[in-house]
Design a protein around this ligand. Structure first.
Ligand code: ADP
Ligand code: MG
Length: 318
């Protein structure tokens, strides 16, 4: 099988009407008049971003989902994606599983695959996904838009992907039941992209949690020139972590990455609007803290005592 056969066989499924997909020099993507284009790209390199023996189906899903998550974090509507794929050899069962999962998520997230590039790379698999979305000009959820007194919200739950990853990397003892309960969150992230499209006008700043809540929230604080207080007991800990010891849960929830849920800020008068929106999309949105004018990020326990978080590799707290 040569490159062209490969593209025809695995990456040339039909695109929605109004689109031009794989086969020409460029893809054509319809954009609503007057909208701004939101663009994001991610590189995944074997050995660095994923393990050699990872399930190709999980990889196909995640390669696109992490990009759709970036669109969600801007409040943008997905329009389409392109896929750059570099492979050491043609492995048909790998390609079948990868492309199937990629297309399945593309359909589920209204983000059709419209083109890409395919090459050989002797040193391992490299996957590059670029997504396109659209947003009303001036309405994207930027990191620099948080204001003092805003509530801080988190969608979904926290901690499960990190607990699964620790076990898969052999950095925590393997507990088969716990792995089974957490692995889905690591391998099949499902960013709330429909909900996110309705946040402009309700929320101020937003981002997706990819590196860990503290580190990611800190990007909002730096960009917006403010600080935050988080209430540890309010954080939505994944139910699968019920049997995990408290210190491990704390690290996973505050510093664990790969969550691909949103952290956003919204003025207190929009609490009801956020809750109604979350109900409409049947997802969990939890109020976890407040933006303050004093720089720094403090995590408080039930009685208002500061929880030291420097041991989590995070030292931007005030
Ligand atoms: P060009 O030489 O113009 O770059 P290519 O031969 O690389 O075109 O690709 C042929 C067509 O197949 C293009 O429309 C391209 O977008 C598409 N394509 C190539 N690789 C992929 C891929 N991995 N996924 C989806 N479409 C692809
Ligand atoms: Mg090409």
């Amino acid at each position: 099988m040569n490159e062209f056969d490969l593209i025809r066989r695995y990456f040339s499924k039909p695109v929605p009407s109004g689109y031009l997909g794989a086969g020409d020099d460029c893809a054509l993507v319809p954009v609503d008049p007057g909208k701004q284009l939101a663009v994001s790209t991610d590189l995944l390199i074997e050995g660095t971003h994923f393990l050699k023996d990872v399930d190709p189906s999980a990889l196909g899903h995640k390669a696109l989902a992490v990009n759709v998550s970036d669109l969600a974090a801007m409040g943008a509507q997905p329009l389409g994606c392109v896929l750059g794929l570099s492979l050491p050899q043609i492995d048909e069962s790998w390609l079948e599983a990868f492309s199937h999962a990629f297309y399945r998520y593309a359909q589920a997230s209204n983000c059709p695959l419209v083109g890409g590039d395919t090459t050989r790379s002797p040193d391992g698999i490299v996957i590059s996904v670029t997504v396109f979305g659209q947003v009303e000009p001036g309405r994207a959820l930027r990191r620099d838009a948080a204001c003092p007194d805003d509530d801080i919200w988190v969608t979904g739950s926290l901690g499960a992907p990190d607990i699964a990853l620790q076990m898969l990397l052999g950095q925590a003892p393997l507990q088969p039941q716990l792995l089974q309960a957490t692995r889905h969150a690591l391998e099949r992230p499902d960013p709330p992209w429909r909900f996110a499209q309705r946040l402009p006008g309700i929320a101020h700043a937003a981002l997706d949690i990819s590196d860990g809540l503290l580190q990611d929230l800190n990007h909002i604080l730096t960009a917006s020139g403010c600080g935050a207080v988080l209430h540890y007991d309010a954080l939505p800990v994944d139910a699968a972590l019920a049997s995990v010891d408290a210190a491990q849960v704390q690290r996973a929830v505050l510093a664990g990455g790969d969550v691909y849920q949103l952290c956003f800020t919204a003025p207190p008068e929009n609490r009801q609007a956020v809750s109604s929106l979350a109900d409409e999309f049947r997802l969990q949105a939890t109020r976890v803290g407040t933006i303050v004018s004093t720089p720094g990020l403090r995590v408080l326990d039930t009685i208002g005592k500061v929880i030291p978080v420097s041991s989590l590799g995070f030292d931007h707290f005030g």
